[in-house]
Ligand binder design. Structure first.
Ligand code: PHE
Length: 505
């Protein structure tokens, strides 16, 4: 005996080998509603026990208009009778009065079209065909009257009571107001060979359950129930739960990645003194990056507090003549007032240099993620406000190889197909390298700048070991991750894109 869920069992029971039944018939036979019959049918047909045949049929439904025609006859038939009563002809002028209505154009049209009347010098004269038609119902009238009796019917319903549906519809062309037509799909179910075999072998109904519960286990009832199988192929409504913004997810993932690699996180203010953003990084005070057209300066207040004066003094000397760093410096007059200026930080290297100043003792690995600001013209790959990731590694044994290894690992982890390093220049690193990642549709895109901090940066802090440093935009990483070719997309609330963005790869 094969166990089947109750409603599948009843459906199978209602089907006979070698004949099919419509869903309506099965609704009647099983006492289930249509959706339950269909659910059982779907489940059974999924296991090839039942086959479902879909038949497209046309249904006709009588309208108010059609109802009144079935009672009173077609308007041209009424007109025909009235003209015959009038002696077999009527002038166009007297027609409205004769028919008891102002608008008689439709009647005239149908009377002449059907050949019941002919026009003869201002008169409408009943023809022989018209005379014969009075006592004879045409196919259009038969169709309408039959349909009116049934209210709604399929072609075969009408045909089964002797209606010539084809001629009826033909004669009714252009009279769409008398009835409506609807295409309907009806389904017929029949047993497959497999289904018939199963039924012959004996089936019995069993309770269908969706979950194995403690009760089922304890009572032993689990032996008698049928477990409903999952069907992941079933259609379901799309559902878009609230989720974290894609850019935010990349930020979180970046943070997690560095924390997992043993880094600590540092933060620094978005509005900072030029000292931390530029001077501590040995960026000369006349460096173009400091210009108004590249950096946002804060107007009020326009000055900030500087750190330990002894450190500031060492930075001044390093800029002017190299101080104790072994460098010749930039050879210009360093101004305290320029270092005090408040700016919107242009990079988060301000955060890592602050962290280095706080504790330059190796070994240390620090990263920072935060918003940065530059007076950029906004385009496909540039924003004036963006998120940067910066990192440093303070370690006696740190070298370029470990820098490239760390960065290569990070960007590949974030989805780069390939990572490349190219020599570059920054005032605070030597050697310096730019890191490029290959992003499918975009080709090679610059991801970050990197290098080994110069002694002019580390010595004033009393740090004597190599410090690897790098920094770059997070949006570029997000573009890589989401296959975007326009950075601005990340900041537009394109709801379809947001809904569609995958939560994981
Ligand atoms: N601060 C640089 C930038 O914003 C990147 C960088 C950081 C380069 C650290 C070298 C070292 O582009």
């Amino acid at each position: 005996m094969t166990k089947l869920p109750e409603h599948e069992y009843r459906l199978l029971d209602a089907l006979e080998e070698g004949s099919s039944r419509s869903v309506d018939e099965l609704v009647e036979a099983t006492g289930f509603d249509q959706s339950l019959v269909m659910a059982a049918a779907k489940s059974l047909s999924g296991r090839d026990l039942v086959s479902v045949e879909e038949i497209a049929r046309e249904e006709f439904i009588i309208t108010e208009e059609g109802m009144s025609v079935s009672r009173d006859g077609l308007p041209e038939k009424c007109a025909l009778v009235a003209i015959l009563d009038n002696g077999g002809s009527a002038s166009f002028q007297e027609l409205p009065k004769l028919l008891g209505k102002d608008e008689v154009r439709a009647e005239v049209k149908w009377l002449t079209k059907k050949g019941w009347c002919s026009r003869e010098s201002g008169l409408l004269v009943v023809t022989d065909k018209g005379k014969a038609a009075v006592n004879d119902a045409g196919p259009d009238e038969v169709f309408v009257c039959r349909l009116a009796q049934m209210e709604r019917a399929y072609t075969d319903d009408l045909a089964s009571v002797g209606t010539d549906v084809e001629s009826g519809l033909d004669a009714l062309k252009g009279r769409s107001d008398l009835f409506k037509r609807k295409k309907r799909v009806t389904r017929r179910l029949s047993l497959t060979g497999e289904g018939a075999k199963l039924k012959r072998g004996g089936v019995e109904p069993a309770r269908e359950v969706t979950q194995l519960t403690q009760d089922l286990l304890v009572s032993g009832e689990w032996r008698d129930v049928v477990f409903k199988e999952y069907d992941p192929s079933l259609e379901s409504a799309e559902c878009h739960p609230g989720k974290t913004h894609p850019l935010q997810r990349v930020i979180q993932e970046t943070r997690r990645t560095f924390l997992e690699m043993g880094f600590e996180e540092a933060r620094s203010p978005m509005v900072d003194t030029a000292f931390w953003v530029f001077d501590a990084l040995f960026q000369p005070q006349d460096h173009p990056a400091r210009e108004m057209q590249d950096t946002f300066y804060v107007g009020n207040p326009d000055r900030g507090k500087l750190p330990d004066p002894a450190y500031v003094e060492r930075v001044r000397r390093t800029h002017e003549d190299g101080g104790d760093t072994g460098s010749t410096g930039w050879r210009y007059k360093w101004k305290l007032s320029r270092a005090e200026q408040l700016v919107m930080r242009t990079h988060t290297t301000a955060a890592t240099i602050r962290a280095l100043a706080e504790n330059p003792n190796p070994p240390r690995k620090v990263f920072s993620i935060g918003r940065t600001f530059r007076r950029e013209n906004i385009d496909q790959t540039h924003l004036a406000e963006f998120i940067q990731i910066d990192g440093i590694i303070i370690d006696e044994k740190a070298d370029l190889a470990s820098l490239f290894g760390t960065l290569g690992e990070f960007y590949r982890k974030m989805g780069a197909e390939e990572v490349r390093f190219r020599p570059s220049f920054f005032p605070y690193t030597e050697p310096s390298a730019e890191v490029f990642a290959k992003l499918g549709n975009l080709g090679w895109v610059e991801m970050c700048g990197s290098g080994v901090f110069r002694p002019e940066v580390t010595r004033p802090l009393g740090c004597k070991v190599p410090v690897l440093a790098w920094g770059g935009g997070i949006e570029r990483v997000a573009m890589m991750r989401f296959g975007l070719d326009d950075i601005r997309k990340l900041y537009l609330s394109d709801i379809d894109w947001l809904k569609g963005s995958a939560l994981c790869r």
